[in-house]
Design a protein around this ligand. Structure first.
Ligand code: ASP
Ligand code: MG
Length: 401
């Protein structure tokens, strides 16, 4: 007998019909002789509805109260799913995060899981129940409800799989798996049979949006094999694991991130310590910097450009402006109309010419590259936002057609 954790996202439980559909998947798995723990998200976009309700009353509400509100969405879906399972003639027990043993830090709205004590889950399994757990939530040491941050249910599922040494963790969603590019934008995007944790992590942070990146980090740490698949078709999905067989595959995907901004500081003194002082000011404000470019410098001046998350763009300018201007910079510019396009692939490590191929695709599409950065398994370029979709298509065509 195997223990299988199955997670269903909001679209998979959006209405009564979808909830019944999930109940059938879960009970089929159980009827094959497996123990099943199900993790669910709030129905449809109900979490957004709750956020809207907060905004109507108090946009500055304390985070403790935000968690109290947001955690309610998952309480509805676990109860409904348990009822649907009962209707099909099986025993089910729904559990909120605290009942399922999720102990978290006290960082409301962005809590970290400290430990999972699955004894209550195990007890229900021992009574031959299918256990339905509320994703995205836990409890801090004071006994207050916490949430793990938006999209946190994936992480809840992986945490249970790790704590209970599950044989498989299936993440059911509304797409058939992980694709080589966004299938809504790129006609020939192909579903991947397998992808490594490291590649998936790069794609998750780059805006591929199939799996929450904390869940992939946790799966890698505890070596939990994940399967991403569609609750609507149930076709075989994508397996995410440490090592994949697909070594011949040069790249596994092309991703687009439009939530970036570029900041350029012109004409700072070409002396030691300037970069250090600039970037430590940003670090103090908790602003993460991604691609950095420094010009060679002319005379005694140089330019430094870098990218940050779009939501941090203005804060980054504010943090630096006085300092760089008082040190002789001629100007500091914020450009929000940019996009970062990246290719990710473990195969890059052992193949030359991958970057050239990517740049050739952009050249053929007459798209100008404004910044470049590379790592072992990733190459990113910054381009104008208007060119983003065309760039993804051109690069995808070059590598996959
Ligand atoms: N319902 C929560 C959200 O929408 C958690 C999740 O879906 O994973 O962010
Ligand atoms: Mg959701």
């Amino acid at each position: 007998m195997s223990l299988i954790v199955q997670k269903f996202g909001g679209t998979s439980v959006a209405d009564a019909e979808r909830v019944m559909n999930v109940a059938r998947i879960v009970t089929d798995t159980y009827a094959k002789g497996n123990d099943v723990v199900v993790v669910v998200s709030a129905q449809g976009d109900f979490t957004d509805v709750l956020v809207d309700k907060q905004m109507e009353i108090n946009p500055k509400a304390s985070k403790r109260e935000q968690d109290m509100l947001l955690a309610a969405g998952e309480q509805i879906s676990i109860a409904l799913l348990a009822m649907a399972i009962e209707k099909l003639g099986y025993h089910a027990t729904s559990l909120l995060g605290w009942q399922a043993g999720f102990n978290t830090s006290s960082a409301h709205t962005a809590a970290r899981i400290k430990s999972v004590d699955p004894s209550r889950i195990q007890e229900a399994i021992d009574r031959r129940n299918i256990v339905v757990v509320a994703g995205f939530q836990g409890v801090n040491k004071r006994g207050d409800i916490t949430t793990l941050g938006r999209g946190g249910s994936d992480t809840s599922a992986v945490a249970i799989a790790a704590a209970m040494h599950a044989d498989l963790c299936q993440i059911y969603t509304d797409v058939e798996g992980v694709f080589t590019a966004d299938p809504r934008k790129v006609e020939n995007a192909k579903k991947l049979d397998e992808i490594s944790y490291d590649e998936m992590l790069e794609l998750a942070t780059l805006g591929a949006q199939v799996l929450n990146n904390r869940s992939v980090e946790m799966a890698k740490k505890y070596n939990i094999e994940l399967e991403v698949l569609s609750s609507l078709t149930q076709a075989p999905g994508t397996i995410v694991k440490e090592k994949t067989k697909m070594e011949k595959m040069l790249i596994s995907g092309v991703a687009k991130d439009t939530e970036v901004a570029r900041i350029s500081v012109k004409g700072v003194p070409n002396t030691p310590g300037i970069a250090f002082k600039m970037f430590s000011r940003l670090a103090k404000k908790g602003i993460n910097v991604d691609i950095i470019l420094q010009s060679i410098g002319q005379h005694d001046k140089k330019d430094i450009s870098f990218t940050v998350a779009k939501s941090h763009g203005q804060a980054a300018v504010d943090a630096l402006e006085d300092y760089v201007i008082s040190h002789g910079a001629s100007e500091i510019l914020l450009d929000e109309d940019v996009a970062k396009i990246s290719i990710v692939g473990a195969g890059m490590e052992s193949h030359a010419g991958v970057a050239a191929k990517m740049f050739e695709a952009l050249y053929e599409a007459q798209i100008n590259i404004r910044m470049i950065s590379t790592s072992e398994i990733k190459i990113s370029v910054l381009i104008n936002a208007d060119d983003a979709d065309a760039a993804v298509r051109a690069i995808h065509r070059k590598f996959f057609d």
